[in-house]
Design a protein around this ligand. Structure first.
Ligand code: ADP
Length: 258
């Protein structure tokens, strides 16, 4: 999620459109979420069955959009019903995801499309997640000329409507000539990464070191020592939901400057 966000914000997300059946791609993304739905006693289905919508889309990016929206619907609809409606006209594909779940309060609707925002936050939050899903959905759709909207009523359910063109064009923008929307936010940033595996570290290094600097340590205890020596702009901690990581997060926040 973080990597997608960095790429989307720095204008380096590559779109690779190919000829595909958009309705089938939606069904495949939804199928992968059936085990999650079953584990919660949630009915999840796509309608109509067997529809074909020839399109030129990037299957991986389309999956990011569909799986983020549908996994939210499932997550926030224990023991209810999630219906994914697919249809299309000459120009556009429409995917509507309706759930009978907990809903989102009107005052939260605007901010849940912002990165890291969740309706319930902090250690008291009720659901797992990074708060990046909908921010990524909106930015991917912006990139390919689509859009997303949400309607919700607390205790009744939520409807998320996604629309995107049937023909996507390749947006292969290099960071030099791209829109680089958030580069100032990363410019000169001093990032401490704690306990990330080698692949994640490499990737972070690629995305951040263009703008700022990364200091990587592997052990939690060293992370805390490092954070006491230098005040970093960002501290990224692996597995931030474990009890040890929560203790470390609190310890870092207790250091002056954080
Ligand atoms: P994440 O799911 O990782 O927390 P998202 O950006 O996907 O992040 O969603 C942000 C927040 O929006 C969620 O934490 C939740 O509060 C709210 N939300 C999104 N979709 C739904 C939904 N279908 N029903 C209820 N709340 C939702």
């Amino acid at each position: 999620g973080l990597l997608d966000m960095f790429k989307l914000q720095s204008g380096t997300m590559v779109v690779r459109p190919e000829a595909a059946d958009a309705a089938r791609l939606v069904r495949e993304s939804v199928d992968l979420l059936q085990p999650l739905a079953a584990s919660q006693g949630t009915d999840l289905f796509v309608s109509p069955e067997g529809l074909e919508l020839p399109a030129t889309v990037d299957p991986a990016l389309l999956d990011r959009v569909v799986s983020n929206v549908v996994s939210n619907a499932v997550k926030f609809t224990p023991q209810g019903r999630v219906v994914v409606l697919v249809d299309g006209d000459d120009q556009c594909v429409h995917v509507t995801v309706r759930d009978t779940g907990v809903g989102v309060a009107p005052e939260d609707v605007a901010r849940i499309f912002e990165p890291f925002e969740q309706a319930s936050t902090g250690f008291a939050r009720t659901h797992e997640g990074t708060g990046l899903g909908l921010a990524i959905v909106r930015r991917v759709l912006d990139l390919v000329g689509g859009h997303v909207s949400i309607e919700s009523e607390v205790g009744v359910g939520t409807t998320v409507r996604v629309a995107f063109p049937r023909a996507w064009s390749a947006a292969d923008v290099s960071p030099e000539d791209g829109p680089a929307v958030s580069r100032p936010a990363l410019e000169g940033a001093h990032v401490l990464s704690v306990g990330l595996d080698e692949r994640a570290e490499d990737a972070l290094d690629r995305w951040i070191s263009r703008h700022g600097t990364v200091c990587a340590v592997s052990a939690l205890g060293r992370g805390l020592r490092e954070a006491r020596k230098t005040v970093y702009d960002v501290v990224l901690m692996a597995g931030s939901d474990g009890p040890a990581e929560r203790r470390q997060t609190r310890a870092v926040r207790a250091v002056a400057g954080y």
